[in-house]
Each structure stands twice: as C-alpha cells, then as structure tokens.
Design a protein around this ligand. Structure first.
Ligand SMILES: Cc1cc2nc3c(=O)[nH]c(=O)nc-3n(C[C@H](O)[C@H](O)[C@H](O)COP(=O)(O)OP(=O)(O)OC[C@H]3O[C@@H](n4cnc5c(N)ncnc54)[C@H](O)[C@@H]3O)c2cc1C
Length: 428
C-alpha cells in the first residue's frame, strides 16, 4: 500500500472533477497538491453522454472549437407536429466529441500540476482526529483531515490518500457524500440509451428532438450529428415516472422510419452508449464543511433536457478555486477560526452557483416536472407554438434563460400563442 499526502482529493474524472482538479491546481500552484482519481481506465470513454452543448458558453470557457461540430438546424417533433428552427450562426448549438473533450480537460488538469490517476476507484474514507461524521453537515472539519482508500480497478495497487478536503465529482454515484451521510442517493433518474451510427443524412448539421408517446413516453429522443460523420441517436426516460427501459424504445425508434422522415438517415452502428443522470429538485447545498460536491453529484445539469457538460466545467473550476483558497487557510492552522474562514471560502462557491444559475435551474426544474406528464396533445400544442418562435427564443427556452421581458414581448406580439403556451405549461 502506497501512502500519499495532498491538500485536495478529487473523486471522479468527468467534466466536473477534471475541471475542479484544474481550477484547484492552477490556484494552488507550487503551494499545494491536488490528486484526482477516476474509476474508468480512460477519460470520456466509455461514452455516457450525448455531448450536445452551446458554442457561446464553451468559447467563454476556452474550450477549443476543433472539439465540436456546429449544428445549423433543429427539428422538434411531437406526435403530429414538427417545428423547424434554423440555428443562429452567432449562437449555435454544437455536439462535442466527448472522449476528445474529456481528454483535453484531463490534459489541462495535468498541465496545471494536478496528479491525475485513471483506473483508480475511491472505495471509502475516514475522518481523522476524533471527528464525528454527523457534524459534517454543519461544517465541522476533522482535525486531521481525511484518509481515503483508493484501489486499482485492474491489479492490486492500493493507495491511502490523506487530504484536507475532498471534492465529490463522482456523478450519480455520489461515492463520497452518500457514504458520509451528507446526501442521499437520488430516487429519480433520467436513463438514456444511445447508438452512435454512420450519418448518411443529406444535412450533416441537422439535429432532432423527439417528444410524445410515439417516440418516447416521459422523456425524449434525439439525433445529434457529430464531426466524425456519425450521428448519435438516443432515447431517455425518467424513472420511476415510467417503468419502461430506454433500450427497447431505442430499438423501435431505429426501425420505425421516423428518423428518415425527419431528415436523419442512419448507417451501420458504431457504438452503443448508456448513461444515467439524477433528475431531482436542484440542490440547496453543495458544500458540507470540507466535502464539496460538484457536477451531477450536486445536480448541476439543467433539468429541462439534462444538459450538464458546460455547467459542470464552469462549476468545477469555481469549486476548485474555492477549495484551493480553503486548503491554504487550513494547511498549517488547525484552529476553529481557520476552519470557519475556510468554510466561508467554500460557501462562496455555493453562493456563486445559486446566483449564477439558480433561477434557470429552478425554472427548468418546474418545467421538467410539468412536461414529464404532458399528453401527446400538449406536446403538439407546444410544437405549434415553437413553429412561430424565433431561433433566439428557442435557444433561450432550451437554456432556461427566459426572462420577464421575453415573456411580455411574446405575449404582446403573439397573444394567441402565449395563451396556448401558458395553458400547456399550467396544464389547464
Ligand atoms: C444519456 C445522457 C445524455 C446526456 N446528454 C447530454 C448532452 O447532450 N449535453 C450535456 O451537456 N449533458 C448531457 N448529459 C448530462 C451530462 O452527461 C452530465 O451532466 C455530466 O456528464 C456530468 O458530469 P460529472 O463530471 O458531474 O459526472 P460524470 O460525467 O458522471 O463523471 C463522474 C465520473 O466519476 C467516476 N466515478 C464514479 N464513482 C467513482 C469512484 N468511486 N471512484 C472514482 N471514480 C468514480 C465515474 O466513472 C464517472 O466517469 C447527458 C446525460 C445522460 C445520462
């Protein structure tokens, strides 16, 4: 067994964990050490996400554009209606190359000085120093930090990692916060199945979003073309809202002929992907003393369509920076004052999250709950409304960025549609 000391242990190498490791190592520089452990042997493989995102935000985050494919058109199909949107070139939706993007994020973390270990699973941790884990929820810090067990997925290597802080970025596993009793396991999940197939479509930049019982009950289907000449066709369902599994629905969709009618021609299957995403009310808390949650562990994927990657990168970096500041405060000072001050720094990350994204997440959570019960008629009604919306409004709606002014403008310019839309969302 190898023993290693560090300031911050990051558990999970998805976009949230890799970005937290990057943010923390960059802020600490030579003053401290960050270790990330990731269960899979590679970053971003196997693929468990579809990679849809928005260029404007990725650019703000400095993600290079060779990692994505720009989409120019979107078709939104309900059982009896189709809305076509031309995506604005200045604000396009994109599909990321998931594996390349996560590898890029891992490289950023390494270059900033983090030790990044793939194929290593966090098994559990102990708080050291007469510390009662129950108190963690109230921001108590263990005097001696944490000692974590990490095991190689292949082979016998075992690491004991001593750290002052732990970042739980293990996605839906919540591998740190659930065993410590800080969070519960989610009960409601979006469960997705996806085929990556050759894209034989005429328009290689057209994506689809499919709703209603014809395509997918209590969830949605999608087709997302990639830069490598493939298209990811998937179906996601909300469990336990419905008892169906996405795999058989996807098989049906592939042979139904709907995709071709909507402009997507599929060739041979290249890969099969599956993934799960917690789908519950956004978290109030993501900081529990020296345990900081980020990404899916902290419900940081937008509830409307489960879009999380860019939020996870952004939140990961913020969480990493806050952890670095906190780690420096408690490094040589075990006093209560230092712990209180460090907690304040970490809480800054939590406040930043709520101030920056709280509103959009609350709004889209309420929409999620409502649309999960939509009938086919209601989906048709929404699709008819979408036929009349500008590309800008569609993009804003999908991102939960609709403000009071947008709603007023919509109501004034299209009163009939506004009433129809309001009735759909309110269920009257
Ligand atoms: C089917 C599906 C489609 C989606 N499509 C999109 C989309 O198009 N666009 C978008 O933006 N978002 C999408 N999402 C959401 C997005 O994938 C997530 O929000 C995002 O991946 C969360 O990142 P994360 O880093 O928090 O967690 P993850 O990406 O889940 O990474 C966590 C990692 O931690 C590792 N881990 C778990 N336990 C341990 C342990 N004990 N020790 C070490 N490592 C561990 C896991 O192997 C995992 O790789 C989709 C999700 C699903 C399920």
């Amino acid at each position: 067994m190898r023993e290693i000391d560090c300031d911050i242990l990051v558990v999970g190498g998805g976009p949230a964990g890799l970005s937290a490791a990057y943010g923390a190592a960059r802020a600490l520089g030579s003053r401290g050490r960050v270790i990330l452990v990731h269960r899979d042997r590679r970053f971003g493989f196997p693929v468990r996400t579809s990679g849809g995102s928005w260029a404007f935000h990725l650019k703000q985050l400095g993600i290079p554009d060779h990692l994505w494919h720009t989409l120019t058109g979107a078709r939104f199909a309900s059982p009896n209606e189709v809305a076509h949107t031309v995506l604005r070139p200045e604000d396009p939706a994109v599909s990321l190359d998931v594996t390349e993007t996560y590898e890029y994020l891992a490289e950023l973390a390494r270059q900033s000085g983090a030790t990044v270990l793939a194929g290593m699973r966090f098994v559990g941790c102990e708080a050291v120093g007469g510390f009662d884990v129950e108190q963690l929820g109230f921001d108590a810090w263990p005097e001696g930090g944490f000692v974590s067990d990490v095991r190689a997925v292949e082979g016998d290597e075992v690491l004991r990692v001593r750290s002052r802080l732990i970042v739980d970025a293990s996605g839906s596993a919540r591998a740190v916060s659930v065993p410590l009793g800080l969070q519960k396991r989610a009960v409601r999940y979006g469960v997705g199945a996806e085929f990556e197939v050759e894209n034989l479509s005429e328009d290689q930049r057209l994506c689809l979003l499919l709703v209603g019982s014809k395509y997918c009950p209590a969830g949605y289907g999608w087709a997302l073309p990639t830069k490598s000449g493939t298209v990811r066709v998937g179906v996601g369902v909300l469990q336990p809202d419905v008892k169906v599994r996405p795999g058989p629905l996807l098989d049906e969709l592939m042979v139904s002929g709907w995709l071709e009618r909507l402009g997507i021609r599929c060739g041979k299957v290249i890969e099969r992907h599956v993934g799960v995403l917690p789908s519950e009310r956004p978290n109030e808390r993501c900081v529990f003393g020296p345990v900081v949650c980020v990404g899916d562990t902290a419900m940081q994927a937008l509830p409307l369509i489960g879009e999380g990657i860019r939020y996870c990168i952004e939140a990961g970096r913020e969480a990493g920076k806050a952890c670095a500041a906190a780690a420096l405060l408690v490094r040589d000072d075990r006093s209560e004052d230092a712990s209180v001050e460090a907690t304040k720094r970490l809480r800054g990350y939590e406040r930043w999250w709520h101030a920056t994204h709280g509103r959009a997440f609350d709004l889209t959570w309420r929409m999620n709950v409502r649309i999960a019960r939509f009938t086919d008629d209601e989906w048709d009604r929404v699709t008819r409304v979408m036929q009349g919306l500008s590309p800008e409004s569609v993009a804003k709606g999908l991102r939960g960025q609709v403000g009071a002014l947008d709603l007023m403008r919509f109501a004034l310019t299209r009163p009939g549609m506004a009433v129809e839309f309001g009735r759909s969302l309110l269920g009257v």
